[in-house]
Every structure is written in structure tokens, then in C-alpha cells.
Design a protein around this ligand. Structure first.
Ligand code: ADP
Length: 334
């Protein structure tokens, strides 16, 4: 059933509106869904807040959406914050002490929280208690403060950066995987219905295939295709030609790599002759932050078998050479 067009057409508002509201509507990630469902059901039976949950995976795979679903399905309010907003232990103390009993606290990019806050969080997660330091120097004392029980949902694109004591305090860590094209087709079908875009199966499949395994990208490309059809086909249903033309216009290639993916591959293959090359050298070569290259670009290139990570650095595979149309130094693969 198609819902009415959202009034607020900003990208952020649309992204929010396209979020599935329940685990049943959440496409794919079967394993994680089952694990979460069990966790939530057990908490419901015992009438207690669910265990703390860590959601790990590249951007756009549904971490924020799942945090909202956890709150919604357990019928509890949700408080949203993020690592970069917690730069002092005091920021976290203020946040934790204002939580209502049973509230779900979502901390996005939890690996970017201040170290002092991380340490405060250990105790808060385990005992629902924090120690607040008052005064300075010899006269400083710590005052214990009891907290209302809460469920922490942390999200990270870099679970490797979390200190072990923090990682160990989550009752469950979900590793989100890139989506299969068929799953993305379902995401696109749902979103197209919501946006009121008539889209055939071939067109859906084409967008899905070029969405980098990522629902956020699938939704974004769908909106660009909708724009294209609006302008060039006077609002008629987009056809395959419109899909291809729109994606080409936005630099999405035939297998869904974007400008930055291709820049990284190109530097690796042409400039560094296939590697091995270190992450920071590669990032400087494409003018990006190493963090972005490592958490956004590399996981997908590794997943599709274009890049390998070795102890000596990143290497290009023969498939990467073939995609760029560059001859492999050892001749044709196979
Ligand atoms: P993250 O927090 O991992 O960066 P989000 O939860 O913000 O990702 O998801 C990005 C967008 O993709 C949202 O608009 C959401 O609706 C959509 N999305 C993500 N996962 C799914 C899914 N499994 N099913 C349907 N839509 C999804």
C-alpha cells in the first residue's frame, strides 16, 4: 500500500520516513533479527530492560534503524546521542543521570567517545551506577550516583577501535553484513511505494545491483532515478534507460562503485602498481581521511574481491585490474 508523499522533501526527512518501524519490516539480516528478537522477548518476559547491544558494520546498513526498532518493540522511550557529542565524562554523566527507567540510549559512532567517558560507561553498563568526581587535587572526592536501569545500544563502523572492557560489557554484538541484491530490491520496492514511484522489476533490479549492498544507497539512488524521470520523462514511471542515465549522471558505475571507490582502486592499481600500500598513503593519494577509506570504501572492495588486506598493506586483485581495464602484471588471471 502506497503511503502519501511526505510533505518535507529534504533528504534527511525522507530517510527518516523510509525507516522500517518493526523487526518484521526490517529487510534481510536474518541472523541478527532472530538474535535481537530473542533478546527482546526474554527481556519482555522478565519485565526488565534488554541487555546492552552493540551494532557493528559499515554506514547505511541499518544500525540507527535497528536502535529505533529496539526501543519501539520493547515499548520504551529512545534517547539518541553520538560519540563525538560526548567529549567529557561530564557530558555522559548528564546524559545517563537524566535517563528514565528502562529507556533505550542509542550512542552512534560510540568509538569516538572521549576516553574518560568510556571508563564511566563501564560502570554504568554493569552496575547502573557512576562515580562523579567533585573538587580538584587533594580535596577531590567521588560521589556515587545510582542510575535508572537502561539499555545501551551502541553503533560503530569500527568495532576494532573499541577497548575490550567496553566491548565485553555488551550482552550481544550484531555484525551487520552487506545486503544481497534481492534484499535491496525489497527495500527499493517498499521505498518506491512510499515515494509513489512506479518501478518495474528490471528497473528495481538494476538499482539494487548498483547500490553497493547498502539500503541507504539504494534509497538514495531511487530518489535520483525518480528525479530523472520527473525531469526527462515528465513524471512517467522510470524505465531502464532512465535508471542507467540517472546513475551514470551521479558517477555510479555498472557494478555500483562510486567516485571514491574508483579513485581508491585507481590509485592502488596505477599509482602503487597493485600494492601492497599502507592505508594512510592510500588515503593521502585520494585526498580522503584514512578513517573514511577504512570504514566506508575498503569493506566493500574487500567484500567484492577487488582488494585484499595483508600485513604489509592493501593489494589489488586481478578482478580489480580487469574492472579498470588495466593489464595485470602477471598476465590474465587463471
Ligand atoms: P546506519 O545507522 O547503519 O548508518 P540507518 O539505520 O540510518 O543506517 O539506515 C539508512 C537508511 O537505510 C534508512 O533510511 C533506512 O530506512 C534504510 N534501511 C537500512 N536498513 C534497512 C532494512 N534492513 N530494511 C529497510 N530499510 C533499511
Amino acid at each position: 500500500m502506497a503511503s502519501p508523499q511526505p510533505h518535507d522533501d529534504t533528504e534527511l526527512a525522507i530517510e527518516g520516513a523510509l525507516r522500517p518501524g518493526s523487526l518484521a519490516d526490517f529487510v534481510g539480516q536474518h541472523k541478527v533479527r532472530g538474535q535481537l528478537q530473542l533478546l527482546l522477548d526474554a527481556a519482555r518476559i522478565q519485565e526488565r530492560p534488554a541487555d546492552h547491544i552493540l551494532l557493528a558494520g559499515p554506514p547505511g546498513l541499518g544500525k540507527t534503524t535497528l536502535a529505533m526498532i529496539v526501543a519501539h518493540e520493547s515499548n520504551r522511550p529512545l534517547r539518541m546521542s553520538s560519540g563525538p557529542a560526548i567529549q567529557h565524562a561530564g557530558d555522559l554523566a548528564a546524559l545517563l543521570s537524566s535517563l528514565m527507567p528502562g529507556e533505550v540510549l542509542f550512542i552512534d559512532e560510540i568509538h569516538r567517545m572521549a576516553r574518560s567517558a568510556e571508563e564511566m560507561l563501564y560502570l554504568a553498563m554493569e552496575d547502573f551506577r557512576i562515580d562523579i568526581m567533585v573538587g580538584k587535587g587533594a580535596g577531590a572526592t567521588s560521589i556515587p550516583l545510582d542510575l535508572a536501569p537502561f539499555t545501551l545500544v551502541g553503533a560503530t563502523t569500527r568495532s576494532g577501535l573499541l577497548p575490550n572492557p567496553l566491548r565485553d560489557r555488551f550482552g550481544f554484538t550484531a555484525h551487520l553484513e552487506y545486503y544481497e541484491p534481492e534484499e535491496l530490491e525489497r527495500v527499493i520496492e517498499r521505498s518506491a511505494g512510499f515515494l509513489g514511484v512506479g518501478l518495474g522489476g528490471r528497473e528495481r533490479a538494476e538499482i539494487a545491483r548498483r547500490s553497493r549492498g547498502t539500503p541507504r544507497i539504494a534509497n538514495r539512488l531511487l530518489r535520483r532515478v525518480r528525479d530523472y524521470a520527473l525531469v526527462h520523462a515528465h513524471g512517467a514511471a522510470p524505465e531502464l534507460g532512465d535508471v542507467r542515465a540517472a546513475l551514470e549522471l551521479y558517477d555510479v558505475d555498472a557494478i555500483g562503485l562510486d567516485r571514491l571507490d574508483r579513485a581508491v582502486l585507481d590509485a592502488l592499481v596505477r599509482r602503487f602498481r597493485g600494492g601492497p600500500v599502507g592505508l594512510s598513503t592510500l588515503a593521502v593519494a585520494v585526498g580522503e581521511e584514512p578513517d573514511t577509506v577504512e570504514s566506508v570504501v575498503e569493506p566493500y572492495l574487500v567484500r567484492i574481491g577487488f582488494m585484499g588486506r595483508t600485513p604489509r598493506g592493501r593489494v589489488a586483485t586481478p578482478e580489480a585490474y580487469a574492472h579498470l581495464g588495466v593489464a595485470h602484471p602477471l598476465g590474465a588471471p587463471g
